[in-house]
Design a binder for this molecule. Structure first.
Ligand SMILES: NC(=O)c1ccc[n+]([C@@H]2O[C@H](COP(=O)([O-])OP(=O)(O)OC[C@H]3O[C@@H](n4cnc5c(N)ncnc54)[C@H](OP(=O)(O)O)[C@@H]3O)[C@@H](O)[C@H]2O)c1
Length: 365
């Protein structure tokens, strides 16, 4: 792949040319029906929120041990963002990946926020983050600048997948004005990323969002490859993605990376559901029922939750986060066990998951 061999200098130079061409109309006329869309070759990856001090600080040595354990357990897909710990997550991934061969792993990061020195708000998800504040920039120039910054923090010469981050109504910084930012991205970030892909600088792009509408809107105005859909496809909550997002993606040959497959830890047993600090009514009771059925069938809640997210053909990867070596080791092990088909059947009979939700196939031999 051209991206792997490109030097960092040529990557940036060509990216600069891409920006000039990005003044072109938003929708590339490359037919999304005929083109082969990139899918990550690794179904199981590691998400970078906890590595970026999400919810609580993760000491440096612990972050390094977590990454080492991920690698030792065969993880070769790593997802991060400038946003996670305000640069901290990218620096930690980069520090670890520095000792690995670039062609041996896949990395996705995000664009849309630029960092500059400043005192971060203490209201952020990040605890003890790097000393930066963020501004939004979904323009072609902003994307180029963001990728340049990420290359430096990661210490790599190329990025495989770029997600346009949090361009979504649930992002409180944008709120109802998210559509104004979307229009900027449709004329700026999206064509710029399509151009970078066509030039072989990146393998794929899409949105990294926690709601469905922005992804559906993107399919109408641009030619993405892959979406990182977080909080929308889990054992607890999946019908909207299953019935609206996945069919639309299938029609365009676009795949989904599932973010927050454990609902930010809820399905690993934490009393925390996603990122907004609110526990949906009845969810603890529903979790207890699923957990009891899992034990009855000789499995466990977390294992069921992780495997559930990779069952749909639309899903190309799931990327649970982990804060410790033990967590990532357990999660990798969860992907290797066989869950009895009777468990999934009982979840459906009990109305605990959607009747039309794909469930993991038993091995053929
Ligand atoms: N808009 C976006 O693009 C977007 C949004 C959200 C997520 N994402 C991506 O998706 C990734 C996954 O989401 P996430 O990390 O927020 O949530 P998650 O994968 O649903 O849950 C991860 C958390 O669950 C807990 N956990 C994981 N494995 C465990 C185990 N074996 N035993 C006990 N607890 C365990 C840990 O909580 P503690 O750390 O508290 O121990 C961990 O940080 C992110 O890291 C990020 O890469 C992207």
């Amino acid at each position: 792949m051209k991206t792997n061999t490109a030097t960092r200098r040529s990557f940036l130079a060509t990216a600069a040319l891409s920006a000039a061409a990005a003044a072109a109309p938003a929708l590339s006329q490359t037919s999304s029906e005929t083109r082969a869309h990139y899918r990550p070759p690794h179904r199981f990856g590691l998400g970078g929120v906890a590595i970026g001090n999400g919810f609580k600080p993760t000491p440096d040595p612990q972050a390094e041990e977590t990454l080492e354990a991920a690698w030792a357990n065969g993880v070769r897909y790593f997802d991060t963002s400038p946003w996670y710990g305000l640069g901290l997550s990218e620096r930690r991934f980069g520090h670890f990946l520095h000792t690995q061969k670039r062609e041996d792993y896949l990395i996705s990061t995000k664009v849309g926020r630029l960092l500059k020195p400043g005192q971060p708000s203490d209201k952020l998800l990040w605890k003890a983050p790097s000393p930066f504040v963020h501004t939004y920039d979904y323009s072609a120039d902003g994307v180029r600048r963001s990728i340049e910054d990420s290359l430096q923090r990661l210490g790599v010469e190329s990025i495989d997948i770029v997600f346009i981050h949090d361009l979504s109504p649930d992002n409180d910084d944008l709120g109802e004005r998210w559509t104004e930012y979307f229009n900027i991205a449709a004329k700026g970030a999206m064509p710029a990323l399509t151009k970078m892909r066509e030039e072989g600088l990146i393998k794929a792009w899409g949105l990294g969002v926690n709601t469905i509408e922005p992804a559906l809107a993107t399919l109408k105005v641009a030619d993405p490859d892959i979406f990182l859909s977080a909080t929308q496809y889990s054992l607890m909550f999946h019908e909207d993605a299953l019935n609206r997002l996945f069919p639309a993606c299938d029609a365009h040959g676009v795949s989904i990376v599932v973010g927050a497959p454990l609902n930010a830890g809820f399905l690993a047993g934490l009393d925390r559901y996603d990122y907004r600090g609110k526990m949906p009514e009845g969810f603890k009771e529903k979790r207890a029922r699923i957990s009891a059925l899992a034990s009855k069938h000789g499995t466990d809640l977390r294992t069921a939750a992780l495997q559930f997210t990779t069952a749909p053909s639309t899903v190309s990867a799931t990327i649970p986060g982990a804060r410790t070596a033990q967590q990532v080791t357990e999660n990798a092990a969860s992907m290797k066990v066989q869950i009895p088909a009777a468990f999934w059947a009982e979840l459906k009979n009990e109305g605990l998951i959607a009747k039309n939700a794909p469930t993991p196939e038993p091995p053929t031999s």
